[in-house]
Design a protein around this ligand. Sequence first.
Ligand SMILES: Nc1ncnc2c1ncn2[C@@H]1O[C@H](COP(=O)(O)OP(=O)(O)O)[C@@H](O)[C@H]1O
Ligand SMILES: [Mg+2]
Length: 217
Amino acid sequence: MTTGIFVTGTDTGVGKTVAACALLRAYAARGLRSVGMKPVATGNADSGGNEDVTALEAAGNVDAPAAARNPYALVPAIAPHLAARRTGVQIELARIDAAYRELARFADRIVVEGAGGVFSPLDDEHDMLDIASTIGLPVLLVVGVRLGCLNHALLSALAIRARGLMLAGWVANAIEPGLPFFAENIATIERRLAAPRLATLPWSASGGPRWDGAVPI
Ligand SMILES: Nc1ncnc2c1ncn2[C@@H]1O[C@H](COP(=O)(O)OP(=O)(O)O)[C@@H](O)[C@H]1O
Ligand SMILES: [Mg+2]
């Protein structure tokens, strides 16, 4: 049976893609067919191609249709709802759900990467967490460990739970090499988040870090 997880983060640029790729490789190492999905990507080159979509594709181990792995590829490098509006696109949750169901034919594990953070808007009414709700996925929170991350981590967890979603766990991502009080920051989140820290990803100058812990699904 295919299972999936929705990867969100404390902000944009905190390591959602890095963590999602590490998780995809961890599934592959366990002999599972894994595929990454980026429902809404912004900042696509006119010629096609998006860094996150490309990275997720390389980290997974099955061939699946590009339209299912990335149903919305928006060109402007701005917030998804603004990019959609600017290009006359209406982001439909039903289409994202259908794309996920198609991917399920190809893989045992689907790692779905949101854009931005939990409340990043999709349109005037919906946000990233609606993708997790619509598909019916537990949520993995990537915390980019840096100044400000405690507040963002706790707010994100509150939002996830307020929407009735399951916070499967969190990942501590060492986004800033040599950050003072790295361990203390992690310990603080650990005490307050009431969800397991599934992995700690070290800062890795070359190549993606390895997933060092239990997998969420
Ligand atoms: N553990 C890490 N070690 C080194 N660089 C990292 C690490 N995590 C993230 N980065 C870098 O930080 C940037 C943002 O990470 P990314 O995974 O793209 O974030 P997001 O998907 O949340 O926007 C990328 O350039 C990425 O290579
Ligand atoms: Mg990303």
